[in-house]
Design a protein around this ligand. Structure first.
Ligand SMILES: [Zn+2]
Length: 296
């Protein structure tokens, strides 16, 4: 299927699973060993990546050392999504001691742009996260990211479904839905006032009982800033104000792609400000390229 990297099967070690932690740690390591054996037997074009799971810096270091000895040149560190920065730094410091020069180290699921320079200094060459994508529709308030700010999307749920759910008159609900759409689009063209647009959006939100003071304030902020007019990404350039409307799956995903693009811009700004850390340039030469690789 054209994948460039394949990852061994790992087992998360949660704090709640203390009695199981050794078994899960052993299983993750045995999987990595078998994965590499099978990889060598097959004629695969992807790069194998071994996963390290653990519960403290020492357990992560032990498995990382084992992965290096097995022959992995790419390793991934999992299980740190919920960890504090100081704990992540302790783990990465311990792991770095057993790495060989030129190794690629992926950090699973940790999206903390401000920590990127620190993680890079500790040998991390890539990370992934669905957080920005998912917040486009999972976050109750902050759905649209622009630079360092985040804004609330304007919710215009489908009228017929809303009328059924809330036991409302269908025709009246559709009229309010269309008014919310029409004023927002007119506002984008400077043909409707902020006040009228805000009122139509809040009135529609009231049908679901969601017209809280906080939502009203969030909507006002979104309309005042018009963030969708400031973004240069392909989504915002093509669909304009539609990106800020919280509605169906496709529309919400498009806002997620915009958010991911914004995260990438954020990472590039960090790289421009910090540059590649000098100690990493000599130790791991692919740092800069790896960050750029995320554009793919
Ligand atoms: Zn955009």
């Amino acid at each position: 299927m054209g994948f460039d990297i394949g990852v061994s099967i790992d087992h998360l070690i949660f704090a709640e699973l203390d009695a199981e932690k050794e078994r899960r740690w052993d299983l993750t390591q045995a999987n990595a060993e078998e994965f590499l054996q099978r990889y060598r037997q097959g004629n695969y074009s992807f790069t194998p990546m071994g996963v390290a799971q653990g519960w403290d810096p020492a357990s992560y270091q032990r498995v990382a050392r084992a992965l290096v000895q097995m022959g992995y040149t790419h390793i991934a560190i999992g299980g740190l999504v919920r960890s504090q920065n100081t704990e992540i730094v302790r783990v990465l410091t311990a792991v770095q001691e057993v790495l060989r020069p030129g190794m690629q180290v992926h950090l699973f699921g940790v999206s903390r742009p401000d920590q990127v320079p620190t993680f890079m200094r500790l040998g991390i060459t890539s990370f992934d996260s669905a957080s920005r994508l998912r917040r486009a529709w999972m976050d109750g308030r902050r759905n649209y990211f622009l630079g360092d700010a985040a804004y609330s999307a304007i919710r215009i749920p489908e009228a017929r479904a809303l009328a059924r759910k809330q036991h409302l008159d269908e025709h009246a609900t559709i009229r309010m839905e269309q008014a919310a759409f029409a004023t927002l689009r007119a506002f984008d063209r400077n043909e409707a006032s902020l006040e009228a647009t805000w009122e139509a959006a809040v009135a529609y939100a009231a049908l679901s009982g969601k017209d809280t003071d906080r939502l009203k304030q969030d909507y006002r902020e979104t309309l005042e800033v018009r963030p969708w007019q400031q973004c240069r990404c392909a989504i915002c350039t093509e669909i304009g104000v539609e990106v800020i409307i919280f509605r169906g799956n496709n529309r919400n995903r498009r806002r997620g792609f915009h958010n991911t693009w914004q995260l990438y811009q954020h990472l590039q700004r960090i790289e421009r400000h910090n540059g590649p850390p000098p100690e990493v340039v000599t130790q791991l030469t692919l740092e800069g390229e790896q960050v750029l690789d995320m554009e793919k």
